[in-house]
Design a protein around this ligand. Sequence first.
Ligand code: SF4
Ligand code: SF4
Length: 207
Amino acid sequence: MFTLTTKPWVTVLTDVWVKFMSEPEVSQTFGSPPIKSSDLNSKFKYELAETMGSEKILHCLQCGTCTSDCPIARYSNNYRPRTLIHMAILGLKDHILNNDAIWLCATCFTCTDRCPQNIDVANVIRVFRNIAIENGCMHPIFKEQIKTLLETGYTYKIPDIRIKKRSEQGLPPLPTCNIENIQKILKNTKFIKQIQNTPGATTNDNQ
Ligand code: SF4
Ligand code: SF4
């Protein structure tokens, strides 16, 4: 006789997803280690639902619009906003925080504009990054950018050759930054203190 399973459908879907993500080829594609059931943190989605920027995460239908319109997903095999949101809802907190993909978002807000559920996807990714930093995870490229910002006022060090070329072509000098003010803002907003807690932080105590 046919009997219906007593497992709630969410548990069934979670089992299927965890099995799928654990396949070596799949975990390699998403740039994260294989997933175990013990990795699931059921409270994570509720933490996100109470955090400014990711309040509507539980409304996600997994329609895939965010990924299909994302300019970064077009060029990267590792970056899929829909997948990151699904992982968050499943409770794969550590897999998200240690995933280099969260640092790929260009914050262009295309996903936010197009999500049919009005989820602010770009800000959800920002929330992932903030939580990652609070937990001591930060991509080395961002650490370098902060170091350059504190030293020059720009996140990108403009090479001397470009400055020389501008002057040869009669272009005005680039605007200078008030580095002291930038350092003050980053210090007063506790940003510097926060990143000092991440491994390999590049700032020093007197900044
Ligand atoms: S567009 Fe919105 S509802 Fe669709 S998968 Fe992305 S976040 Fe979820
Ligand atoms: S904000 Fe980020 S996730 Fe959204 S479309 Fe732009 S690059 Fe993709």
